[in-house]
Every structure is written in structure tokens, then in C-alpha cells.
Design a binder for this molecule. Structure first.
Ligand code: FCB
Length: 450
């Protein structure tokens, strides 16, 4: 680890930076032996992605990474969260490491350390090797074992230079959108039966944690969850029960299991219907101590009781009132303080230090003829949310980092290139990067520190 790089963000050295994910920025889908992932398959199916696009080229960060690392360095970032593409490292999801693929991450890590930036890789940000999907994907228990082997491979190759490991990105979102509702790859519509895909991801997290700890280096291990404060649409008993059920699926399934070694009772029917999915001993593997909790926050969720005959125990209701991002997501900075303080109050001493691993917003940003991008909405969003983190810290919550989603405009999954989340504008026909006004604002904000 190079001098000047902070391995574990501490109170005196807060991690400021940005986050990205492999499929959303790398491109180079067929290069250096990368195998196909479920997102390559999904994007090729008509109607799956709004603009019919894919991540085949994306931001071309596979070739332009030195420029991207320079953008981080000029921002004053001291941490970068990115993800490793499993199908680059093991093209079929198992077997020997693809040296050309891991070589990319090897250079990326060295490039970060040369610039004094802590590397924070996530092992899985939704791009499962297609060969593993053909064997059942996350509905198959064996995928958790393959993931542990993959974790050993990357720990061996990269563990000496990593500042913190993220195991999975947002297992709830991958379970819900990928397996319950089918709007993300792999496009399954299993509703509550998708529980198995969540459980196997959590088991994979636990097994991978053991594998990472057995490897070189002593980087802390983190699970990255998408968390949302849940609000009942009314004070009625039925709406309140629906809100509790939604909270159980979205938040507590991925928190109680990891921090308390148990699933919340409110999962009820989903767990019962899953038969032999949860085996003896699984929850102790899942619930082993965690070093850091990654929190991705975008907005709260409002819930009401479902209509008669609904297969789900809740129904989502739009939040009216606050301003909305380009995605239509309500802008509620207080929700972040509420979430962080709530985590501390609920889990107490069982809660590890927190890193806000994603927070940000999409707007229809335009490159003006004078070459600037005026994204004042994003500046207001970031200012308010960083303020919300400050409130939580002032209330005694141990928050050790804030990473903006995202460094670059990129491939936003089922929305293709229609949602720009970047601090940096990307012209997708040329790959040209232009820092937006928010980039300059954040640089000044980082320089001021807390
Ligand atoms: C999160 C994902 C990330 C990005 C943002 C907008 O749920 O982790 O890849 O798509 O949303």
C-alpha cells in the first residue's frame, strides 16, 4: 500500500470520492477474453433497455482509465469505489483466472495508489457470468460457492493493494429487479420466490468474506446495501403492516441477517415458501462480523396495503411534494439522516462503521456551446445530502466516507444512456469527458473537509 493512502477511513481521515460499476463504464465487452455476462444477454433482447443500448462500449473506461483516475485525483478524491467484472476475471464464472482480465484491475489499482487514492473494489455489481446464469444464476445455491472461489482468486491477485473490499452491490435491488419483477437482468418474474436469489447472494457474501480474509492483506470487508426509510401512506393498521413488510424485504432482510444472524419475521411467507433454501448454519456464515457497512441512499419509499388478490404484502405509492430528479425520484435529504441515525438506534453496538457508498442524482444535463455543463440542481442535491451526513455525524453516527454516484455519466441499466448521474459529462459518441459545474463544486467541498 503506497504511503498517503488511507486503508480504513477513520474519524480523522474521511473518505471523499466517487463510485462506478464495471458494466456501466468499462465497455470492451469482447476484449482480452472477457466472457458474456447476464447484462450482455439482457441488453440484446428487444425491449429490455429503454433506448435499445448496451454497455458494450459505455464510457470505454477499459481504455480511458488513466484519464478517469486523473479526474478523481483532480477532484481531490481519496477513495474510489469501482467494481470488478467477474466475467473478465473468470469468463465462465469458474476455473482459472484470465490473466489479461485481471491485468486490467492490476493496473487500475497501481494507478490509484500512485495518485494517493484508496481502491475500494466491489466484487459483484450485477454482471454475473452468463455461464453461471445458464446453471441457475442466484436461484442456484452453487453460485454462492462459485462466488467464494472467485473471491479467493481476486484476493490472491489484488489483496495486497486493496483499501476495503465490497462483496456485493445492493443484493436487494438485484433480487427485486432481476428476479422478482424482471426489469433488470436476468429478467425473471418470480415475485416472492425471488427470496432464494437474495438468500444465495447473502450466503455468497458470507463465504466470500471468509475467502477474502484468508487471502493476502487485511483490508476490511463491507457489504453494500441499498437502504430506504419506509413510510406508511397512512396511520391505518393495514398500511402500517404493509410498510413493515416492505421494510423487511428491502432493508432488514439484508441487515438483520448480516448484523444479527436472523431474518426478520415479517418475511413470513417468502421464507416459508422457499422450502429448503435456508439451511442450518447459513445464517452464521452470513452473520459473521462485518468491518464496514456500505449504504447506498437515493430516496425514501412510501407504502400502502395491497389491493385484494395481490401476490405481494405491500404496494408502493409515489411520494408527492418534494422536487424530483430526472429519474422521477423524490429529493429528500433528511431521509439520509433519518436512515443513518435509525441504523445506529436499531443495531447499536452491532453496527459497524458506515461508508455512504452511493448517493447522487440524474438530471437531463446538456453540454452548452461554451463547453460547460451547468448542473446547479446536482450541486443543490449534493450539498443537502452531504449536510444530511453531517447531521448524522453530529448525532454520533460513525460515518467514514461519502462517495458520489457517479464519477461519469454512464450506462444506467434498463434506462440505457438516458439518465446522466455523473459529476463528469460524457459524450457517448466520442467518449469525451467534460467535468460539470458540480465537479468543481465538489472539489471545493472536499477541500474544506468537515
Ligand atoms: C444504484 C446502483 C448503481 C446505479 C445507481 C443509480 O442502485 O447500484 O449501479 O445504477 O443506482
Amino acid at each position: 500500500m503506497a504511503a498517503g493512502v488511507t486503508r480504513v477511513a477513520s474519524h480523522s481521515s474521511f473518505w471523499w470520492g466517487a463510485a462506478t460499476a464495471a458494466y456501466q463504464i468499462e465497455g470492451a465487452a469482447d476484449e482480452d477474453g472477457r466472457g458474456p455476462s447476464i447484462w450482455d444477454t439482457f441488453c440484446a433482447e428487444p425491449g429490455r433497455v429503454t433506448d435499445g443500448s448496451s454497455g458494450a462500449v459505455a464510457c470505454d473506461s477499459y481504455h480511458r482509465w488513466p484519464e478517469d483516475l486523473d479526474l478523481l485525483a483532480d477532484l481531490g478524491a481519496n477513495a474510489y469505489r469501482f467494481s470488478l467484472a467477474w466475467p473478465r476475471v473468470q469468463p465462465r464464472g469458474q476455473g482459472p483466472v484470465n490473466q489479461a482480465g485481471i491485468g486490467y484491475y492490476d493496473r487500475l489499482l497501481d494507478g490509484l495508489l500512485e495518485r494517493g487514492i484508496a481502491p475500494v473494489p466491489t466484487l459483484f455489481h450485477w454482471d454475473l457470468p452468463q455461464a453461471l446464469q445458464d446453471a441457475g444464476g442466484w436461484m442456484a445455491r452453487e453460485t454462492a460457492e462459485r462466488f467464494a472461489e472467485y473471491a479467493s482468486v481476486v484476493a490472491e491477485a489484488l489483496g495486497d493493494r486493496v483499501a476495503a473490499w465490497g462483496t456485493l452491490n445492493e443484493p436487494f435491488v438485484h433480487m427485486a429487479l432481476g428476479y422478482a419483477f424482471g426489469t433488470h437482468a436476468p429478467g425473471e418474474t418470480l415475485l416472492l420466490d425471488a427470496f432464494a436469489a437474495g438468500h444465495h447472494q447473502l450466503l455468497a457474501h458470507g463465504l466470500a468474506t471468509q475467502a477474502l480474509r484468508a487471502g493476502p492483506g487485511d483490508a476490511p470487508v463491507m457489504l453494500v446495501n441499498n437502504l430506504t426509510p419506509v413510510r406508511a401512506a397512512s396511520t391505518s393498521a393495514t398500511d402500517t403492516a404493509a410498510a413493515r413488510a416492505y421494510d423487511a424485504f428491502h432493508n432488514r432482510m439484508f441487515l438483520d441477517s448480516v448484523l444479527r444472524g436472523a431474518y426478520p419475521d415479517e418475511l413470513g411467507a417468502a421464507v416459508a415458501g422457499a422450502g429448503a433454501v435456508v439451511r442450518d448454519g447459513d445464517l452464521s456464515v452470513i452473520g459473521q462480523p462485518l468491518d464496514l457497512l456500505g449504504v447506498n441512499y437515493y430516496n425514501p419509499t412510501q407504502v400502502k396495503a395491497p389491493g385484494p388478490g395481490s401476490p405481494l404484502p405491500f404496494e408502493l405509492v409515489p411520494i408527492e411534494g418534494p422536487a424530483q430528479t430526472g429519474f422521477g425520484w423524490p429529493v429528500v435529504p433528511d431521509g439520509l439522516t433519518e436512515l443513518l441515525v435509525g441504523l445506529r438506534d436499531t443495531y447499536g453496538a452491532g453496527l459497524p462503521p458506515i461508508v455512504v457508498t452511493e448517493n447522487g442524482c440524474s438530471y437531463p444535463d446538456e453540454l452548452s456551446p461554451d463547453g460547460t455543463v451547468d448542473d446547479s440542481d446536482r450541486i443543490a442535491f449534493l450539498d443537502a445530502h452531504i449536510g444530511a451526513v453531517g447531521e448524522a455525524r453530529a448525532a454520533g453516527v460513525d460515518v467514514r466516507g461519502y462517495l458520489v454516484w457517479s464519477l461519469l455519466d454512464n450506462f444506467e441499466w434498463a434506462e440505457g444512456y438516458t439518465q446522466r448521474f455523473g459529476l463528469t459529462y460524457v459524450d457517448f459518441s466520442t467518449g469525451r469527458r467534460t467535468p460539470k459545474a458540480s465537479y468543481g463544486w465538489l472539489r471545493d467541498r472536499i477541500a474544506r473537509g468537515w
